[in-house]
Ligand binder design. Sequence first.
Ligand SMILES: NC(=O)c1ccc[n+]([C@@H]2O[C@H](COP(=O)([O-])OP(=O)(O)OC[C@H]3O[C@@H](n4cnc5c(N)ncnc54)[C@H](O)[C@@H]3O)[C@@H](O)[C@H]2O)c1
Ligand SMILES: O=C(O)C[C@H](O)C(=O)O
Ligand SMILES: [Mn+2]
Length: 556
Amino acid sequence: MTLSAMEIINDPYLNKGTAFTADERKQFGLAGLVPPAVQTISEQADQAYQQYQTKANDLEKRLFLMQLFNENRVLFYYLFGQHIAEFMPVVYDPTIADTIENYSELFVQPQGAAYLSIDDPESMRMTLKNAANNRDIRLIVVTDAEGILGIGDWGTNGVDIAVGKLMVYTGAAGIDPKQVLPVVLDVGTNNEKLLKDPMYLGNRHERIQGDQYYAFVDQFVDTVESLFPHLYLHWEDFGRDNAANILNQYKDKITTFNDDIQGTGIITLAGILGALNISKEKLTDQVYMSFGAGTAGAGITQRIFDEMVQEGLSEDEARKHFYMVDKQGLLFDDTPGLTPEQKPFTRKRSEFANADELTTLEAAVKAVHPTILVGTSTQPGTFTQPIVAEMSAHTARPIIFPLSNPTKLAEATAENLIQWSDGKALVATGIPAAPVEYKGVTYNIGQANNALVYPGLGLGTIASTAKVLSDGMISAAAHSLGGIVDPDEAGAAVLPPVSKLDVFSQTVANAVAQEALDEKLNEQPIADAKQAVADMKWTPEYADLGSELQARLQDK
Ligand SMILES: NC(=O)c1ccc[n+]([C@@H]2O[C@H](COP(=O)([O-])OP(=O)(O)OC[C@H]3O[C@@H](n4cnc5c(N)ncnc54)[C@H](O)[C@@H]3O)[C@@H](O)[C@H]2O)c1
Ligand SMILES: O=C(O)C[C@H](O)C(=O)O
Ligand SMILES: [Mn+2]
């Protein structure tokens, strides 16, 4: 069996458009099916970038790039590689939030995703097999879309976050796009707007919860593990009640990762270490306050706590450095509605004369004087001027990270934080922020978004054939981002710039793979971690069509 010329052109992994060579056009019946000119990939990319620049806004730009992605993966990633910092906010957060909210209206094609319906579990295996289409799948990003960014429950529309996260894996770290699969678990939605929308494309019923939900998740894990034996399974944007349960269920059994818990923990720790490098302070001297102690907030807190223990504090000593504020206010051991992840970080009312008044962030900040404040609350504008002034009055260089996404949900803007703290605050934001000019200094703002770390973490884990993702590998990833920014430059950022994302993703991957080997977690013999990472890395170049087709036939 061989592929027809039309099948080749319509296959995004094989299509080269005007870059098919004269020989290929002759040999595979492509002559006359594309315009006569034979272009190089660089000429194609220049032409595509010119088109991109004519688009009126980020949504239009994204739709154009998705069209390119749908039609020609190599060209898309070549172009992405040339404009990584410019394209990140367009293919990913924050613009991706608009495409998720308007998924039905914008729907053109399914972008290679697998839609797994809880109403049709019998089809699961076949769907996954067909979506993989004989490809050697090494990486799945799966969501059930109950907690998309901070915008809530978006049902089947959430599939876009799986597609988008995977685009960043390849653009940043060079994961082979032939080896990835985006998946949405459509278990229904509690989003009334979607349930009433005649155009909604997902299952039109409330979320199935409890045993049936967990059985469906379990069936999914069993099925992908049996179909794809070398899989790295990435969970994204599950709801607060399920995310940690699922991670705890599988993390010691398979190679798996929760981005919101672990990825956010790593990047935030890296940002804090970067900030302490600037202020020349020690982590173990800090007082940490988590605002919005949900999936991400608790995940970050746990990572910073583990780091303090690693730096020599006992668990009891370390715990004294942490405070959590959620909807109820400062969390105490008798606060109703605590999650299992919050319980270890609650305080005793007896520690405060006015415990019952500590129901707002401002009151908690006044009572505790945190030196680090991290926001994952989905509550915009909650890091107010009085709060920032209060922190600045008690700390030389307060570390303040408003991490809620997308843009409209951020707890504060970087500009306000720099102004309100008179340039003292060490800031990172969840979405990209422009440098802030203040009193003659240009403050570069680091982006504490898990996208700065999960691509390298994934590449390192897959390349090392690690059987699990260990705490040591996670810690190695966080530490590997140090030493890239010069901390002594005025206005230095706490994290390396997104423009270097492709470079430092390799650094992260190398560190993670080395740690996996040091811990003897590799399933296959590997002599050299760096070499294994280099061998795994895919680069966007057109391969010879004949060889590609040959390989395709061998896979069948
Ligand atoms: N920058 C990053 O890399 C990154 C990573 C993950 C999540 N996030 C962002 O963090 C936010 C939360 O995501 P999540 O997955 O943890 O969601 P989540 O629903 O698990 O957690 C949100 C928490 O905020 C709490 N909250 C709600 N209203 C509050 C209020 N008025 N005061 C205090 N707390 C309040 C909720 O009770 C919950 O515990 C989102 O906006 C998301 O985009 C950012
Ligand atoms: O998707 C992002 O931009 C980061 C994070 O995973 C989130 O949920 O906000
Ligand atoms: Mn997320």
